[in-house]
Every structure is written in C-alpha cells, then in structure tokens.
Design a protein around this ligand. Sequence first.
Ligand SMILES: CC(=O)N[C@H]1[C@@H](OP(=O)(O)OP(=O)(O)OC[C@H]2O[C@@H](n3ccc(=O)[nH]c3=O)[C@H](O)[C@@H]2O)O[C@H](CO)[C@@H](O)[C@@H]1O[C@H](C)C(=O)N[C@@H](C)C(=O)N[C@H](CCC(=O)O)C(=O)O
Ligand SMILES: Nc1ncnc2c1ncn2[C@@H]1O[C@H](COP(=O)(O)OP(=O)(O)OP(=O)(O)O)[C@@H](O)[C@H]1O
Length: 489
Amino acid sequence: MELWARELANGFANYGVTGVAMDSRQVSPGDVFVAIPGQHVDGHAFIPEAVARGAVAIVGERERETVNVPAGIPYVRVPDARRAASAISARVYGDPSRHLTVIGVTGTNGKTTTVHWIAHMLRCAGHRVGTLSSVVIDTTAKQMAAEWTTPEAPQLHRVLSEMLVAGCSHVVMEVSSHALVQHRTDDVDVDVAVFTNLSREHLDFHGTMEQYAAAKALLFRGLSADKPGAVLNSDSPYVEVMRRACLAPVVTYGVHSGDVRGQVMELQPWKTRLRIALPSAIEAEVELGHPGMYNVYNLLAAVAAARVLGVEPEAIREAISTLPSIPGRMHVLRPPDRPMIVIDYAHTPDALAQVLHAARRWTSGRIWLVFGGRGERDKGKRPEMGMIAAMLADVVIITTDSPYSEDPEMIADDILAGVKRIPDRPYEVILDRAQAIAWAIQHAARNDVVLITGRGHEPFQVVAGIRLAGTDEQLVYDALNNDAPPGAF
Ligand SMILES: CC(=O)N[C@H]1[C@@H](OP(=O)(O)OP(=O)(O)OC[C@H]2O[C@@H](n3ccc(=O)[nH]c3=O)[C@H](O)[C@@H]2O)O[C@H](CO)[C@@H](O)[C@@H]1O[C@H](C)C(=O)N[C@@H](C)C(=O)N[C@H](CCC(=O)O)C(=O)O
Ligand SMILES: Nc1ncnc2c1ncn2[C@@H]1O[C@H](COP(=O)(O)OP(=O)(O)OP(=O)(O)O)[C@@H](O)[C@H]1O
C-alpha cells in the first residue's frame, strides 16, 4: 500500500470513523464519505447531503476551495479517491481479510460456478466458508442477494468482517475486472488466486483484449511470493499473461495440458465421466453431474484450488459427487408434453457458444434460442453473439435483455446484423421478452429444446431506468399457464 494511503487509513481509524461510504445515499452517522468523480456525476456534489446524513469526514480529489464542505468537517484531498476508499475501508473494518484465507476467482466466464464449487470442496473438508458471488453474498450467518460481481470496497470489507465474526476461516470470492481496475480489492489480502479463462467481454470499459487481460492480471500481480499460489487454466491463450504477473507458486489445470489434468472419458448430454490426475500422481475417475466441456474446466479449476489449499483428495472426490447447481445456470424445466426448457446465464460470445454446443447433445430435434443483448455494455459483442446463435441454434428469437437507457430495437438490430451473416437461418424479433419466450414454447415440438439465455437468476430487467420485476423462470411459468390446460404443469 502506498504510504499516503496507509497514513490516511490509520488516521481515520484513530479519528474514530466507524464506517465508509462512496455513495451519499448510503451514508450512516459516523462514516467517512469518499467523493468519486464519476462518468455520469461528480460525487463531490453530494458532500452536503453526505454530511446531512451523518458523515463526519470527507475524502475527495478536488481542491478544498472548489467543493462545498460544511464548516467543522475535515476534508482530505487525495490523488485517487477509489484507492483511498479501499485503504480506509480495510483499516476501518479491521483488516478482516488478513485473518481469513481468501480465494479470489477471476476470468470472463465461470467465476460464479468455480467460486461455489471451491466453497463446496472446502466445506466438505470441514471448513466454515463465506462466499461473495454475483448470485449471493453468504456470510454463513446471513445471505444477501448480490448486486455486483465484486462489491465496492466499503461493502466488501464490511462483509468480510461479518464473515470473520460468523466464524469463517475461508472466503471464496469473485473478482471482476472492473473491481481490479477500480481498486475495489486492492486491500483484500488474497491467498489463492484462480484464473478461469478470457474471451471477449467488457471492451466498452477496457478498450482492447490486451488491456482487459492486463486488468485480470492485476489479481495475480497482487499475490505475494509467500502465498500458497495461483491456479491458472493452462489451456487458455492468456495463461502466460497471468503467469508473468505472478510471484507466487503456480499450479495449472486443463484438458490438453496442466498440473491438474482432466481426461474426458465420456461427455454425455447431462454429465461427464472424466479421469483427473493430480501432480502427486494420484488419479481418480469421477462423474461430473453438470453438462458441457466448460463445466469440466470449472471443476478442474476448483479441484486445483482445493489441492493448493490442502484439501485431501478423498474430500474432493466426495465433494464432486455432490456439487451444487448454481441458480440460473443450466436450469432445466421439463413440462409434460412440452419441449424441454433450459434457462442459462450465458451473456458472452464464448459462453453462448459453449452452452449451444452442450445443448446439441440434449436433443435430436431443434434448438430454439431466445436471447437479447444488455444495454450500455460492449456493443461489439452483439453481432458476434448473433452470428454464434445463427451458427449453432436452429431458430433464433431475438428479444430484450435489460436495455437500460438504450433503445431495445437498436440492440436487436445489432444482434440481427450477426444473425444475417448465416444465410437462411430462421429468426424472429420479438422485443417483449415474455412474448418471445411464449412464442418459442408454443412453436417448438415436444422433442425440441427451448434455450433462454442472458438473464439466468436475475430478478429484474432495467428498461428506461425502471426495474421490471420477473425472472425468466417466472416468464416460462406464465407462458405455460396461459397456454396449457389448467394443472398441466
Ligand atoms: C462502469 C462502471 O464501473 N461504473 C461504476 C462507476 O459509475 P460512474 O462513474 O458512472 O459513477 P456516477 O454515477 O457518475 O457517480 C459518481 C459517484 O457519485 C456517487 N453518487 C451518485 C449519486 C448520488 O446521489 N450520490 C452519490 O454519492 C456515486 O456513488 C459515485 O461514487 O462508479 C460507480 C461508483 O463506484 C459504480 O457504481 C458504477 O458501477 C456501475 C453501477 C456498474 O454497472 N458497474 C458494473 C459494470 C460492474 O462493476 N460490474 C462488475 C462485473 C462485471 C462482470 O460481469 O464481470 C462488478 O464487479 O459488478
Ligand atoms: N468455464 C466456462 N467457460 C465458458 N463459459 C462458461 C464457463 N462457465 C460458465 N460458463 C457460461 O457462463 C455463464 C455464467 O457462468 P458463471 O456465472 O459461472 O460465470 P461468471 O464468470 O461468474 O459470470 P458473471 O460474473 O457474469 O456471473 C453460464 O451460465 C454458462 O453459460
């Protein structure tokens, strides 16, 4: 930690500050308010509101004369407000990560799944484990729906301190590239860092794949040489970027290469038989009850991490036979006399391709894919996903997926440009998501599959700034109930 950040953090801890807030609407009495110059608004404009809510000190980047700080309230100007927020949060909440074994998982896809599977393996070995994922924040004493993949530093350190109080010895958490670039995790003392994979995503934020990879590599750069290690996917073209960033010992995993190696014996529609070889020459044949090659990689990442953490092979083996499903990932509904319906969270080109490859094994019939593109996010991936959809599905239904402030029709046009690159692929554009899902279910035959991707577990869409409640599962139930005779489902 830079000297200025350490001194600032110590100063606030000694000053008796009891909490940290980066958003004026979340200030509690006794907090220090950190003003962030944002992309939309300037957090410095909310200093009076923060003080009115009980902030006892302010940190910002602007000169004191240019901001409105009420008399008697200390103001500290810093070179980087996000960096300051992280340092102060860690110190004010008692540096909880130093007393926990923290496993950070980064990568474009598979973070949530890998986090929950590592946590499961550690629990099978008898540890008390907290988790932070984009589905849930679980301190073991309480569970909260997650709004972020990785929360802002104040919430992050507060939650880590709650996990410590709840008696956790380990925490497994997702670390997003946004979090790494925005210093949210700078002061989390990570012990084991895991890399799943890297493919196109968030280029609106990172600009290029090189910069995106460099952002992910920050997690490994932060891992000191005395830590148990980094766990890297050696089949990823980006493995060397992560390895170069790393001073800690490296353990790799993969199907084609790796210290922990998975050899697929049989890839069945819904499960996979594989032989896993560990560096200690221990080999075991296991059955993974989750479909797709990509889940083989998630499993190998979890196994390698568990071994680095000292989990015995027997506990790992037991854990593999009881691995949990993740809400909204490959969630299967089998209404009688209807096509099978699968809800999944694929929202990147690679994830969509992986899931469609897996889906091809489920049916000799047709795959009806219902999906959209999220607003205010990487527009370049939309035509790519459109083309993948048209290449790998039989019927493509383009719909709306949380457009935020964007026009859903324009987003659909972006996707359509990719769909049209594959000649003669049938497609429909039905912007109302409920209608799109209902249309696919009505038209698909009994032995077809309706695959609905992009929203997974998410409980709402944001349309023109308004949160519209309703999961995809609910939309499926509505479609079936409106259409089916009573009691058929
Ligand atoms: C693109 C991005 O990362 N944006 C983040 C950025 O927003 P911004 O620069 O637009 O902030 P702003 O709205 O201008 O506000 C500036 C400051 O004023 C504050 N404010 C604002 C209004 C008010 O009344 N009072 C107040 O104090 C805000 O809290 C903020 O601190 O700074 C804000 C404050 O830190 C973040 O909330 C916001 O995350 C937005 C909500 C977001 O959607 N982030 C996503 C992209 C994200 O981080 N995702 C990753 C996962 C990605 C993945 O899928 O892998 C994640 O970890 O969740
Ligand atoms: N290893 C993987 N490689 C490619 N795609 C994957 C992989 N694991 C999961 N997926 C796909 O990505 C989707 C999201 O999976 P998961 O939530 O585990 O990833 P994530 O990185 O946490 O994403 P997010 O942070 O957006 O939740 C899944 O529904 C599946 O379609």
